[in-house]
Write a protein that binds this ligand. Structure first.
Ligand code: PHE
Length: 336
């Protein structure tokens, strides 16, 4: 045993430790519970008499040597730049087999941004906690207008969690002189019963185009282009007239999903059509509220429900699946 101890002593003297990874290897080899030194102590227990006395001391010296070297190297690495006291070791290899993945909602958002970029739209965003004026007042909701009930609002004292990304329209219109074309993605909140089809928060991408002579035909053409790019050529859509206080005229657009599966029947409430956006011509009162001359300028706006089209795109049947952060589901989107 004495010979073993001498051999290990030499080994430790010559051991090269130049990285945290090597340090860890050293610790595992010599100092861990199943390491060489622990094993020597196990053997030591079985020795008798004279042997025990002669081995005890060198064994303890060996142990101390290994521990000292470990502590000394550890302190060296901790003082180096990059490796911080928080125990983050930047020199460790990355796990190549576990790359992150883009969340399906983000993947859809990125595609939408690309599509609208190609039409000359710029990106903007605004706060999720809004005041009443940006979320409602400036968007032509009168104080006692029943349309406020359309959107079950979460209130935080004087403020609201924005119920739609249309609030960002207001912030941008106050900032810019027309012409401008903007898309504004973001999370919105409504106090709705949670089910497979609706959640108390979801995601929209708002579009806004203000210039001289913008018409409903421009709006339709822009949306047709988006549908073709996103869903592919030949995707059927329909416009239904609708009502929003901040657009006139207003419409909603549905895409044809079909009735061939039980899932599609459920998703479309038996109609085959899925509503994906609200839109319309910006109401003159809204332009005026933002200091834009409604005699001179006109504009269109739309708000696309991103969760719906994400579900459609990937065949996800329950909106809640998007927010469980279940790795088994998220892994499927690696490389998107
Ligand atoms: N803000 C509306 C909603 O959330 C959608 C919309 C946006 C309608 C822009 C018209 C114009 O339902």
């Amino acid at each position: 045993m004495i010979q073993d101890i001498e051999k290990y002593e030499k080994e430790i003297d010559g051991y090269v430790i130049e990285s945290s990874a090597q340090l860890e290897e050293f610790r595992l080899t010599y100092l861990s519970r199943k390491g060489i030194i622990a094993q020597l102590f196990e053997d030591f227990k079985n020795l008798q008499g004279e042997d025990k006395r002669s081995v005890g001391k060198p064994l303890n010296v060996l142990k101390k040597k290994a521990e000292d070297l470990f502590e000394q190297k550890k302190a060296e690495f901790e003082n180096q730049d990059g490796a911080s006291d928080e125990g983050i070791d930047f020199s460790l290899p990355v796990y190549q087999d576990m790359p992150g993945s883009v969340h399906p909602l983000k993947a859809v958002e990125n595609r939408l941004i690309d599509i609208f970029y190609s039409l000359g739209f710029d990106l903007a965003d605004g706060p999720e906690i809004e005041d009443d004026w940006h979320n409602f007042g400036a968007l032509n909701f009168a104080d006692d207008h029943p349309a406020r009930d359309m959107q079950d609002t979460f209130f935080i004292g004087e403020h609201v969690l924005r119920t739609h990304t249309s609030s960002v329209q207001i912030r941008e219109m106050q900032k810019h002189e027309p012409p401008f074309r903007l898309i504004m993605p973001g999370r919105v909140y409504r106090n709705e019963a949670v089910s497979s089809r609706s959640n108390c928060f979801f995601h929209q991408i708002e579009g806004l185009y203000v210039d001289q002579g913008v018409t409903f035909a421009d709006l339709k053409q822009t949306l047709y282009y988006f549908v073709q790019q996103f869903f592919g050529k030949g995707k059927e859509v329909r416009f239904r007239s609708s009502y929003f206080p901040f657009t006139e005229p207003s419409a909603e657009m549905d895409v044809w999903v079909g009735l061939d599966t039980e899932e599609n029947k459920r998703l479309t409430k038996g109609t085959g059509w899925l509503e994906v956006l609200g839109c319309g011509m910006v109401h003159p009162n809204v332009l005026d509220a933002c200091g834009i001359d409604s005699q001179k300028f006109s504009g269109f706006a739309f708000g696309i429900g991103m969760d719906r089209i994400t579900m459609l795109n990937y065949g996800i049947n329950d909106i809640r699946d998007l927010f469980l952060n279940d790795v088994r589901m998220l892994k499927q989107f690696q490389g998107q």
